[in-house]
Design a protein around this ligand. Sequence first.
Ligand code: HEC
Length: 207
Amino acid sequence: MSLQLSPSDHSTLRHLAIMFALLAGTGVILIIIGTFVWASRAKPTDPLQQQRAGARVTPVSAVYAGSAGKAALAAAAPAAAPKPPAASAAASSGPYSYAADKGKSMFDSTCAACHQTTGEGVAGAFPPLKGNPAVGDANPKAQIETILNGRHGTVIAGKTYSGVMPPFGSQLTDVQVADIANYERSSWGNHAKPVTPADVAAVRSGK
Ligand code: HEC
């Protein structure tokens, strides 16, 4: 049996073909619009803000864009991100100042599962950070080292803990570590000397 198409079949096929062409065309236009919207979104130019926004982390959109999407992103990026003049970048950066809201939200999302939002920890498992000697020390080295590299088996204020503190050095920028450390240093009755991102960088580089 051979396939016979009546004139009405032909016109149905033509309609289908036109509908597919329209759908495909709409898809391409949406991709182009999406690329422009992505490319023209506001980007923080201040290095401090970029670090707070987690500049180390690859944007999710870049991870899931697929190879064609990545090519489009790469092509769009240079036009969308004109380099600010060096002088204005330096001026907008300014000195570090502790952002308490960022410190609290990072602590609550990253550390409180073990140390609790009250900073009181869990007896026998996770040490309290309220009144913790490393957090209260004017020299922040032990506190920063713990956050960057993790810790286990230390005697803390005469007690040992069964839990393991995981390392966070690869997830957090120097500014984020400083914000978290300063949140610990100024919460739950703690009053310790603030740390700076430079302190964190020094511990990272082994000084
Ligand atoms: C999975 C549980 C867990 C998480 C999450 C966690 N910690 Fe810990 N932390 C511990 C344990 C357990 C110890 C005790 C380590 C030891 O026994 O040596 C500890 C110890 C510490 C100490 C005390 C170090 C000392 O020498 O007294 C500090 C400060 C600290 N953590 C800060 C943080 C910060 C900041 C975060 C979030 C970025 C965090 N922790 C996330 C479990 C955790």
